[in-house]
Ligand binder design. Structure first.
Ligand SMILES: [Zn+2]
Length: 275
């Protein structure tokens, strides 16, 4: 639904107050404490709300899966040529709500009034500028991959076929302070030829033609990192890699897939392509 409506909020009519609260959660201005006034409220379009809800959902899913910390990580979704939905700075990742998701342009300038975007917004916008085939960027701090990021040990994608197929060539980015322009530039350069990157002493970033595809890459990257750590510790005498000839066959199989096309099917907006 698009348009404007005047909403009366009265204590004597709790359902309306509840509805108004939902609107407030959705990011619209509404004061339910003052009982009436009655302020014009701009409704979010269904499309915009669905996109924001998807971003919030994937942030909660990322946290629930133990792939990032309460304060760490950020997610964005490109919804138009110059419009990016992105998670805010300093918010609880496990309880991310649709109304917390804001909009920035390709320069990282907030379009949503009063919105304070993630400190890594510059990384997101530079990556989108460098990759017109992607619609989502996810940054996270998964424990095992982050542990390897603080070492010189690379993730071994030769231990499990899924790692090789889904991750391809992982990019490695040297140390830069979080939120810095140096980090954003190095990441954007590294991700021109890879779909995921490990940032030294920091964490990981994955891109995709949908939120689901980028999320899948983060999850598979963490699983590959855990397997790498195991192969170097408890499994060390027993770890076995996939034969080289078969790894090349997997590479060939994946390279036949259309570039930019989502490798995994999902519901709703999860399979959207960049616009
Ligand atoms: Zn981070």
């Amino acid at each position: 639904m698009t348009g404007k409506a005047d909403i009366l909020v009265r204590q004597t009519f709790p359902p309306l107050a509840s509805f108004a609260f939902e609107l407030a959660v959705a990011g619209e201005s509404m004061n339910i404490e003052t009982n009436i006034p009655v302020r014009p409220v701009t409704f979010m379009s269904d499309e915009k709300r669905k996109d924001k809800a998807e971003v919030a959902y994937f942030m909660r899913r990322l946290y629930a899966r133990g792939l990032t910390t309460t304060s760490g990580g950020n997610i964005s979704l490109r919804t138009g040529k110059d419009r990016i939905l992105i998670t805010p700075s300093g918010s609880d990742k496990g309880r991310m709500r649709v109304g917390e998701i804001g909009v920035v342009d390709l320069d990282g300038q907030p379009v949503s009034k009063g919105f304070k975007p993630s400190i890594e917004t510059l990384s997101h916008t530079l990556i989108y500028r460098a990759r017109d085939d992607i619609a989502s960027v996810i940054h996270a701090h998964p424990p095992q991959a982050s542990a390897l990021s603080a070492s010189s040990i690379p993730v071994n994608t030769s231990l499990f076929g899924e790692s090789r197929a889904i991750l391809g060539e992982i990019a490695y980015v040297g140390y830069h302070r979080m939120g810095s322009a140096g980090l954003a530039e190095a990441l954007a350069a590294a991700l021109t030829t890879s779909n995921c990157a490990i940032m030294r002493n920091h964490g990981v970033v994955a891109v995709g033609s949908s939120l689901l595809e980028a999320f899948d890459r983060i999850e598979v990257l963490e699983a590959a990192a855990a397997l790498t750590v195991a192969s170097l510790t408890c499994l060390k005498p027993f770890a076995v890699e996939i034969p080289e000839a078969d790894l090349l066959k997997i590479d060939e199989m994946m390279s036949k897939a259309e570039r930019g096309r989502c490798h995994i099917r999902g519901s709703g907006h999860e399979t959207r392509s960049s616009g």
